[in-house]
Design a protein around this ligand. Sequence first.
Ligand SMILES: NC(=O)C1=CN([C@@H]2O[C@H](COP(=O)(O)OP(=O)(O)OC[C@H]3O[C@@H](n4cnc5c(N)ncnc54)[C@H](OP(=O)(O)O)[C@@H]3O)[C@@H](O)[C@H]2O)C=CC1
Ligand SMILES: O=C(O)[C@H](O)CS(=O)(=O)O
Length: 490
Amino acid sequence: MLEGKIMQLKDSSLLKQQCYIDGKWLNAHTGDVIAVMNPATGEQIATVPNMGIAEARLAIEAANKAFKQWKSLVSTERSIILKKWHDLLIENKEDLGLILCSEQGKPLPEAIKEVVHGAAYIGWYAEETKRIVGDIIPTPAPGKKALILKEPIGVCAAITPWNFPNSMITRKASPALAAGCTFVIRPASKTPLSALAIAELAHRAGIPAGVFNVITGSRDIGDELTTNPIVRKFSFTGSTAVGAKLMEQCASTIKKVSLELGGNAPFIVFDDADIDEAIRGAIASKYRNAGQTCVCANRIYVQSGIYDEFVEKFSTVVDQLIVGNGLEKNVTVGPLIDKEAIVKVQHQIQDALDNGATLVRGGHIHPKGELFFEPTILANVTQDMIVSKEETFGPLAPIFKFDTEEEVIRYANDTIYGLAAYFFSRDLGRIFRVTEALEYGMVGANTGTLSNEMAPFGGIKQSGIGREGSKYGIDDYLELKYTLIAGLNN
Ligand SMILES: NC(=O)C1=CN([C@@H]2O[C@H](COP(=O)(O)OP(=O)(O)OC[C@H]3O[C@@H](n4cnc5c(N)ncnc54)[C@H](OP(=O)(O)O)[C@@H]3O)[C@@H](O)[C@H]2O)C=CC1
Ligand SMILES: O=C(O)[C@H](O)CS(=O)(=O)O
């Protein structure tokens, strides 16, 4: 029984079924709860409070009350606390992975890897907090100096998606807290348990009450987080459509906004590529999290000279993927998050087949259960099919053929999105030409994965605003203050 598995946590107190506000664990005022289901089994694994606007206000006021003290800490003190938070995530990575796998579905090893990836952001910003430096600028006027300070923006809020229930929390909270800001986060209703476990570890790390708050419940919470004037910065990861709506809501109080939205990543294999390397990269990029990441290879373009060889070799590797409950050993592809996700994949497949594509592998719901889908490959896919324009968010690999570099760059850029793109080539001139020609925030050359805490993660066009991770990621949580100091020659 899954619940039995969950109860096999080494530390069962990490399974929190209340929200964390102002350092306290609270139920909704109404007592209402939301069920948290396991997508692999359909079983209920927990409940969390169904909070609303009133509780959101409580969390924002708690963050506001805590801001003055938190921002006044010297950076080395903040660094020690953040480092302790990082260490606690690593010490508890198996339990956090088990909770994540059970609420989101990804295979347990992948879930644990996400926890380590999430902790890495905290570890990175535990150091970056000590490197928030300003400037003293000489001015054109005698006796005057410009002092530039970088100051924390204040109370920050975020709404996060279900596909990375751990790392999406820490990738936002760690730069915010490192900058001296305080934070209110509303995780996706489907996967709230990871965020609540992270809050428990924040408490244990000594993060003061009100600095980090996690609230679950209705989407009304989002209305409060995006319109309450105390909130000075709003960060969102999710669909482009929802991102646009939330950005609009933030406009009324001129909040600083960061958005990590949808993607439609091209994955290009030139005939001068190391084809086995390209296949390994395509598998890693396409089937990670059952294809439910915003940076998954969404369109695979293979140059005509190696097209048949690529399809054949790629299919052989896909045959080795094991679909099943992520808690089971050797499973590499878990369930999709819900029925709507399955319908979206089926619709894209049917449209492609109706317009001349060939089904090479898969194409159906997997016998393991209604939310499991066979790793699917389509060949002879063309630009006029829905799958070339719409993000899939599922284990579907559409393989397009192209002839020239100019043609494939045109295809690759023919999308409203601009998050991640990938290409494989051993030609140095081509690597520079293609990197510069691709209209994306992130490019993987001879690799199918590119996310890490030291790199600026983010997109252009309708894939978002701002960057997360790296030395750049903290800037979104800081304001510049310019002070002109005169009279220095008197
Ligand atoms: N860039 C990325 O990393 C991600 C992109 N996506 C994209 O989003 C698509 C659908 O995934 P999905 O999770 O449904 O993404 P959504 O954008 O619908 O949801 C993301 C988060 O926003 C919340 N939300 C949705 N609508 C509102 C609203 N009107 N007001 C306040 N909060 C809201 C959701 O809450 P709740 O679910 O609790 O109702 C969830 O916490 C995917 O196909 C993919 O294109 C999704 C996840 C990550
Ligand atoms: O939202 C996502 O899909 C993640 O950002 C992808 S990654 O950062 O884990 O690669």
